[in-house]
Design a protein. Sequence first.
Length: 143
Amino acid sequence: MNDTSAAVAAAAVFVWLGMVLAISFLEAPLKFRAPGVTLRIGLGIGRLVFRALNRAEVVLAVVVVAAVAVGGPPVTVLVLTVLAVALLAVQMAAVRPVLNRRSDRVLAGEDVPRSRAHLVYVACESVKLVTLVALGTATLAAA
């Protein structure tokens, strides 16, 4: 992989990784522990934060894909890039809509059971986290 493409891809990957760590594994669980934050308030905040996170992730994914595409990547970098983007796509297209429908019901005052979709989202996020670490490392090694 050429040095410029590898540097751009690695920078975008590590920014993406930092955002996922900060939002999904730090902010999301902590907000419900803050005094006065009810489930409804936490869900409202969470929807806004995750919508913004996913938009930023899409921008970063586009940067990574573009840098990898022009950089002549090794197979490992290519596979990890596809996996990271696929995980994001699954989260946004399949899991988030289910979570949004549930949170709409909670915000409307309904008492709804816990959702397994949340566990699927967390599982995708965890695999994406490991994938981004591997992708960033592989991209730097490919320079």
